[in-house]
Design a protein around this ligand. Sequence first.
Ligand SMILES: *[C@@H]1O[C@H](CO)[C@@H](O)[C@H](O)[C@H]1NC(C)=O
Ligand SMILES: *[C@@H]1O[C@H](CO)[C@@H](O)[C@H](O)[C@H]1NC(C)=O
Length: 202
Amino acid sequence: MPQPNQHSLVYILLLWTTIISIFQVVFTILFFTAGRNGLSQNSSAVEQEHIMKSQQHSTLSPPSKDRLHLPRGKMLTFTAKGAKIPIVWGSKNPNPGVVSATGSRLSIKEDGYFLLNLKVTLIPCQETQESDNLDHTVSLKWTNKVILEGWINTKTNSTGVLSKIEEMPAGGTLMVNISPADKCINTTESATHLDIIYMARP
Ligand SMILES: *[C@@H]1O[C@H](CO)[C@@H](O)[C@H](O)[C@H]1NC(C)=O
Ligand SMILES: *[C@@H]1O[C@H](CO)[C@@H](O)[C@H](O)[C@H]1NC(C)=O
């Protein structure tokens, strides 16, 4: 027969093992959840570092540096000052440092790339009689070389837009030739214009 003293000792032992088990369970749970948190924190830190590294890389890499040094484009619009052929050009937004207009010639003052947009519309001249319905050729010459050519559409009396991109050095001249020169120019900007976008060579 166990003595009452031994009996209480068994109870205390049981209580003690129960407490220890509870602590074990709690610690096991804490260990795993904390471990997972730590892991995810770690991975996000790695990601952050990666992002920072790639940002650093992109700020140091040449393409973004070049983007800062891209040449700025210049827009130039020339309109016909008079109805007579050859067209005398007037500048709407003068930038004589790039292209300067003197009479019917446009002088190129800077090396670079030029996007040229030419449209010519003809009208009958008042003082002359209607000429025969001849084909009219319109050409844009750079110095002596034809770089753009088009024909007057007999329905619209216009070339429509003639467009070209040219790399040109400073020093040359642009000129528009119309042949035969038996008609006049519609000087409205939407009907006759020479638009240029200039870009310096990068
Ligand atoms: C084109 O010009 C002719 C005269 O040369 C005129 O009769 C005709 O109406 C013009 N067409 C347009 C669309 O302006
Ligand atoms: C010139 O062209 C514009 C636009 O197409 C037109 O409104 C105008 O009547 C034309 N001018 C002449 C004199 O034909």
